[in-house]
Design a binder for this molecule. Structure first.
Ligand SMILES: [Zn+2]
Length: 51
């Protein structure tokens, strides 16, 4: 399902943002690292493929 943009605050994670809650890459972000917004990053490839 499409959701508001979010990204990871962990510097070791890829510099991308997600906007699907079922993204396999976005689902690996633990709640404490999830930040609202794009963070100025490009969109995640998995999320692009799900459109
Ligand atoms: Zn994604």
């Amino acid at each position: 399902m499409k959701v508001a943009a979010y990204h990871s605050s962990n510097p070791s994670d890829p510099d991308v943002y997600h906007d699907h809650d079922n993204c396999p890459s976005g689902q690996q972000i633990p709640w404490y690292n999830k930040v609202d917004g794009t963070g100025g990053h490009p969109r995640c490839k998995h999320c692009r493929d799900m459109d």
